[in-house]
Ligand binder design. Structure first.
Ligand SMILES: Cc1cc2nc3c(=O)[nH]c(=O)nc-3n(C[C@H](O)[C@H](O)[C@H](O)COP(=O)(O)O)c2cc1C
Ligand SMILES: C=C(O[C@@H]1CC(C(=O)O)=C[C@@H](OP(=O)(O)O)[C@H]1O)C(=O)O
Length: 401
């Protein structure tokens, strides 16, 4: 069984990720994690933090000389800003007078005064979190609600991607179907080896759409507004048989939807044609069954996005996620200051303008974690070679005419 957890705050010393149930014999090095963390930092729409955030990684256990041992893998990702925030985020009480930080952005001035954040931002966890946990300072909520946490999930996803790739060659790819009001004209489906995607600041293969997306983003930024987008993630090479129809919590599509929805700012998840399927006649919404010359089961289309009855059907898995516009809107929205009870404008701290591009990399990682969990459930072993052998045996086990 694959289990994973993260901990840590956005401006604390570090993030922590731990994953248990990883087979021995998987090849994984620091540079593999660093490459994925680098991908998450890239792209249009990011705020100032990503210009200097280094995501410095330490592997604390589970990997030795570039190979997993079967022990839980523990990962630490240092927050570059920690030296500046040590007093503000200290675990132990500090004298408020001692808190001195260079004035810079409005946010830093708030910190310099060590003023509790009391003007909750609509759309963030500030208000419901503060009421639920009885906090007077929204920082005690927003530090953990922050999508900084996704750096840890992307690091854990690196392990999952290695399991998928090294056991049966599964590859994932992500791109933007739309950014704000601009929709991609990309041919479908994007292949697994689409190399230009990482080079595109908006993960879009079509230069004209890319330019329109960038212009749209720029326009919203100049207007003091923020932007969302629709991310599409595909997994190629997933064998038939991951997940099950027999119980609600064993359905692959349900697990994928829940995990993708757990990414900060994701507000809808579609598998295959998703919402569009509901508008089509049934004859145009299913994937007719054929066999190729070698007798392999094939489909003439992939409306189902690779999953039927909660089970992978051998077609590419296609998942789309709607990422809402960033809730820290620079032209700050209406709120109430809970320190005074008066109408006010929401706190504004340094912020991204759009999360859709990094969300694409995060969706890949999260999808990889879910698929790796189901793969291990079906073909699990203690070592990667046992999993490979199990998969071969399972794939050869179909004696249908
Ligand atoms: C990669 C990424 C970066 C984000 N950056 C910001 C940000 O800078 N400012 C902000 O207000 N929200 C940002 N968000 C969204 C918030 O974390 C999210 O809206 C908040 O935690 C509330 O959760 P919910 O939107 O899922 O309800 C980001 C999300 C992602 C995925
Ligand atoms: C730090 C990251 O994203 C952060 C996510 C985030 C939020 O509210 O979700 C708010 C911002 O934090 P900060 O105030 O430090 O700029 C983003 O930068 C990251 O992705 O590494």
């Amino acid at each position: 069984m694959l289990r994973w957890l993260t901990a840590g705050e956005s401006h604390g010393p570090a993030l922590v990720g731990m994953i248990d149930g990883v087979p021995a014999g998987l090849k994984l090095q620091s540079k593999d994690f660093e490459a994925e963390l680098h991908r998450r930092r890239q792209g249009a729409g990011r705020g100032a933090r990503q210009a200097f955030e280094k995501d410095r990684l330490e592997i604390l256990g589970g990997i030795r000389h570039g190979v997993t041992t079967g022990a839980p893998i523990a990962l630490l990702i240092h927050n570059s800003e920690w030296p500046k925030w040590t007093d503000v985020m200290s675990a132990d009480p500090v004298d408020p007078q001692a808190l001195k930080i260079d004035a810079g952005t409005g946010d830093e001035r708030e910190i310099a005064r060590n003023r509790p954040l009391t003007r909750p931002r609509p759309g963030h966890a500030d208000l419901p979190g503060a009421i639920k946990y009885q906090q007077q300072d929204a920082r005690n909520i927003l530090e953990r609600a922050s999508a900084r946490e996704t750096a840890a999930r992307v690091a854990l996803g690196t392990v999952a991607k290695a399991i998928l790739e090294q056991s049966c060659g599964i590859k994932l790819v992500s791109h933007l179907r739309s950014l704000g009001a601009v929709t991609s004209q990309a041919a479908e489906p994007i292949p697994a080896d689409a190399p230009a995607l990482d080079a595109s600041p908006v993960r879009c293969l079509d230069p004209q759409t890319e330019a329109e997306m960038l212009a749209h983003l720029d326009e919203l930024k100049k207007a003091g507004d923020t932007c969302g987008g629709v991310v599409e993630t595909l997994a190629y090479g997933v064998p038939i048989g991951l997940g099950s129809h027999v119980q609600h919590d064993r359905r692959l599509d349900a697990a994928i939807a829940a995990e993708i929805m757990s990414i900060q700012a994701v507000k809808a998840v579609e598998i295959g044609d998703g919402m569009e399927a509901a508008r089509r006649p049934g004859s145009q919404a299913q994937d007719e069954i054929v066999r190729d010359a070698d007798g392999n089961w094939q489909r003439v289309s992939n409306h189902a996005g690779g999953i039927e009855g909660g089970i992978s059907n051998g077609q590419p898995i296609v998942v789309r996620a709607a990422v809402k516009p960033i809730s820290t809107v620079p032209k700050a929205l209406r709120s109430i200051d809970w320190a005074t009870g008066e109408e006010s404008r929401a706190n504004h701290q340094r912020s991204d303008v759009c999360a859709a591009v990094p969300a694409a990399v995060i969706c890949e990682s999260v999808l990889a974690l879910v698929l790796a969990g189901f793969l291990l459930e079906r073909a699990g072993g203690d070592t990667i070679s046992q999993i490979k052998a199990n998969l071969e045996r399972l794939n050869a086990g179909d004696d249908r005419a």
